[in-house]
Design a protein around this ligand. Structure first.
Ligand code: UT7
Length: 332
């Protein structure tokens, strides 16, 4: 680990969730489920759901503005916008371009990243390269999702999990010794069949038949994704800590993708780390895919769980199948 290498740090974080909350009791009225099952199998108590008018960019813009304000950066200073989303406003243009226009910017590059629930980690990793090689100074990375719009509300195996929200960070060059220390990304395309939206792309355009079969909604083999997450989450944390040359005892907080409390608890056990070192807020937000890590990071900061100099790990896994982890020393 070179001491003089220019590193990227997080200068500001923002989040936004829609006003409307849906409790487990409310879901009991639309599918055959129970608050007891959802809480004991996932840890989720309630989630936020977007209004019919709200698209991914609407949520992302609000989170981005808050991240910029917290970083004390004006939108005009942004050099690059990266948006991680599986629920883009439309197939094209990219949600990043829509957010760029909504922020009143033009000329700055903007693009989307598709890496499922690991999308934010992928976006952060890409953005940090531009900082570290000196190309850009202020990179906005946003994770935003309106999963409720691709949810099959008759499928109890997925509808109780999915939710809407957005989180954003501003990356800037960090002071020596701070910022992003190491990253690890991975993918296993052979597992793509376990978590997908079959219709809506060039393989299967949306037809009335596809809609009838709910193929334009998220399909998941929960058991397979669970097994994958149980393996990859601790593995990715271990690998990124090794790359950063940090012992797990020196980690102040791990911020994992918020899919299922049992997955996070198993990772803590597997890594022999106390569960208190894992940020968990899925009880109030459900699974917001690429937004879950920046939302959890925002709340960790709000609750003073991270202080300058702390080593933290962000780790995600999801559709692709993909995974990724980032180790950082907090502070600028
Ligand atoms: O963010 C992207 C990554 N996604 C994930 O990480 C999700 C990973 N998977 C999971 O979190 C879990 O697999 C689930 C929460 C989706 C399911 O939990 P599980 O403990 O693996 O349950 P299961 O799929 O083995 O199902 C157990 C039983 C089944 O009934 P039978 O066959 O035993 O009679 C299901 O039909 O629970 C039933 N079940 C439900 N019951 C009440 C499934 N969903 C529900 C439900 N309410 N909502």
């Amino acid at each position: 680990m070179s001491k003089n290498k220019l590193r990227s740090g997080i200068a500001g974080v923002g989040m936004y969730v829609p006003d409307k909350t849906v409790t487990n009791a409310e879901l009991e009225k639309i599918v055959e489920t129970s608050d007891e099952w959802i809480q004991s199998r996932t840890g989720i108590k309630e989630r936020h759901i977007a209004s019919t008018e709200q698209a991914a960019s609407d949520l992302g813009v609000i989170a981005a503005k808050q991240a910029l304000a917290n970083a004390k950066i004006s939108p005009s200073e942004v050099d690059l916008i990266i948006v991680a989303t599986a629920t883009s406003d439309m197939q094209f243009p990219s949600t990043a371009c829509i957010i760029q226009a909504a922020l009143g910017l033009n000329d700055v590059p903007a693009f989307d990243v598709t890496a499922g629930c690991a999308g934010f980690i992928y976006g952060l990793s890409i953005g940090s390269q531009f900082i570290e090689n000196g190309t850009y100074e202020n990179v906005l990375v946003i994770g935003t999702e309106v999963l409720s719009k691709i949810t099959n509300w008759t499928d109890r195996e997925t509808c109780v999990l999915l939710a809407d929200g957005a989180g954003a960070v501003v990356l800037r060059p960090a002071l020596p010794g701070y910022g992003l220390l190491a990253l690890r990304l991975g993918a296993d395309g052979s597992g793509g069949k376990h978590l997908l939206m079959p219709a809506g792309g060039s393989r299967m355009p949306v037809t009335s038949e596809a809609i009838e079969k709910n193929l334009n909604t998220l399909h998941m083999n929960g058991h397979e994704v669970f097994k994958f997450a149980m393996k990859k989450l601790p593995e990715a944390v271990e690998q990124v800590l090794m790359a950063a040359q940090i012992d797990k005892n020196e980690v102040a907080l791990v911020i994992p993708h918020q899919a299922n409390r049992r997955i996070i608890e198993a990772a803590a056990r597997n890594l022999e780390m106390p569960i208190e070192k894992f940020m968990i807020n899925l009880d109030r937000y459900g699974n917001t895919s690429s937004a879950s890590i920046p939302i959890a990071l925002y709340e960790a900061l709000e609750n003073y769980l991270i202080k300058p100099g702390d080593n933290i790990v962000l780790v995600g896994f999801g559709a692709g199948l993909t995974w990724g982890a980032v180790a950082m020393r907090w502070g600028m």
